[in-house]
Unconditional design. Sequence first.
Length: 202
Amino acid sequence: MHIIKNQIINTIFVFACFIFAGKNIHTDDYDINSLIEYEVKSGDNLKVTNRSGGLIRAGEENSTTDTEINAILMWGTSSDSSEDSIIENYGTITAARSTIKAGSYSDNTTITNYSGGVIKNTDDSGGWASIEIGGDNATITNKGTITGTHANSHSIEVQDGVTGTKIYVDGAPTFTGEVELNNSTVAGNTTMYLGCSMTQDT
């Protein structure tokens, strides 16, 4: 397993971490800023843990620049997928658009946003999502805040053709923006679970 531990890096990079065809990458973050924080192509078993007080961002924190996208991006190809990624957030993850994107051939992605965690998109035009799912069998758990700036922003978007998505809601979660399932086929292949310990309306 390759382990990357980042403490405080305030310089803006084009790519803070670009991983091509890597396996078993584990990162543990406290405060990192970059144009695209993590891009993983054809790499299985990525694990990113963003600690309380940590910041993972694409560009400026409240950017409305449409090129400052994908604070975390996983994607693959038909011959070399990017599967089994785990994203754990206790801090803040932010981008103008598509803040966390599990793209094509990124099956079995698990994203957990814990109490106190914030995942947000900040573009002032509508139609963009904080979490975008393009791979099958994703699991998303929200106990914190998933939000978008624009009135037509999506908290979560599941793309056409995606199956097996599970969305768990528990604790005191906040969603700003709808969970966009695009069509009845995607909706029929997506399951939402409401936890027994919820403490507020969502």
